[in-house]
Design a protein around this ligand. Structure first.
Ligand code: GLN
Length: 287
């Protein structure tokens, strides 16, 4: 086994389960030090300069304190693209890829020509940027309350060459319905959904490092779904689609909430772990 891999793995094995420690060690060596998986498996070594050694020590120290590897490396993969991430934004997660891929598949199948899409609470911009690049005919906008998140999202869009219109806005404020604010064909959101009381019990890597603003969904975790359903329906038209990522055990409540404000054709979709994770529906014609 490669010696640098063993060094990282040994240091991490007290803080992480074995599989995770292996995966993190591999990611660090591949992303930061240019080793391939084959190099690691074949025990191929590479010389580390003094500066690289210090960098590696610092990385291992941060990881041992349970800082997410994506923050330590400054990047995370999402739907086949690499996004910059930093402590001001939630780390993109595989379950959110499902939500995004579903919208892409559905839009490609329906062949709708020019959808206007709004991503509420965009964070790193991973959903909005992926949609904009996979659906080049779509007009994609995204909002977030956090200037720090918007700066990262804009940087990601620029680097990846995506034309997304980012704006600072609090989802809890009603959207203005004016000339420059269109009616959206699709609103997508992965809002904060962890019940406030569950935050202290989260894994340290989430609780101590990720922005609580992007996690805390109020007493029952549903505050943002209620706000979006109440305030943002006014900028949808009959037939517009609302697509939410939801937390564990929230899908039925969110479905009922959407139904109560006039959404139909409601569907619940599972994430890769089989957990009901996406709730979506269309605004009924008669509203
Ligand atoms: N999926 C995240 C977690 O469980 C929460 C993200 C969110 O609140 N939208 O840590």
């Amino acid at each position: 086994m490669n010696a640098s891999f063993k060094y990282i793995f040994d240091k991490l094995s007290t803080a992480y389960p074995e599989r995770e420690a292996r995966a993190i060690a591999r990611l660090v060596l591949e992303t930061r030090f240019g080793l391939t998986q084959v190099d690691i498996c074949m025990g191929r070594e590479r010389t580390f300069s003094l500066e690289e050694r210090r960098d590696l020590e610092n990385i291992v120290k941060r990881l041992s304190q349970k800082e997410p590897v994506q923050y330590v490396l400054g990047q995370a993969d999402f739907c086949g693209r690499t996004f910059s991430v930093a402590p001001g934004v939630l780390v993109p997660r595989p379950e959110t890829e499902e939500l995004t891929k579903w919208i892409i598949r559905d839009e490609k199948e329906s062949g709708f020509s020019l959808p206007c899409i709004l991503d509420i609470g965009t964070g790193s911009g991973c959903i909005a940027i992926t949609l904009s690049q996979e659906l080049p005919q779509a007009q994609v906008s995204a909002i977030d309350i956090s200037p720090q998140a918007l700066a990262i999202a804009r940087e990601n869009a620029k680097r990846l060459g995506a034309a997304v219109d980012f704006r600072q806005q609090d989802v809890l404020d009603s959207p203005s319905k004016g000339q420059d604010s269109p009616l959206w064909d699709i609103i997508v959101s992965n809002p904060p959904y962890i019940p406030s009381g569950d935050i202290p019990g989260l894994d340290a890597s989430v609780r101590d490092y990720e922005p609580h603003m992007a996690l805390d969904g109020g007493a029952d975790g549903l505050d943002f779904y209620r706000a979006i359903c109440a305030h943002w329906r006014s900028v949808l038209h009959p037939g517009s689609r609302l697509c939410f990522e939801v937390g564990i055990g929230q899908a039925d409540d969110v479905l009922r909430l959407m139904r109560s404000v006039g959404f139909g054709d409601l569907e619940i979709l599972p994430d890769p772990a089989g957990i009901p994770r996406v709730v979506l529906g269309d605004l009924y014609q008669e509203i």
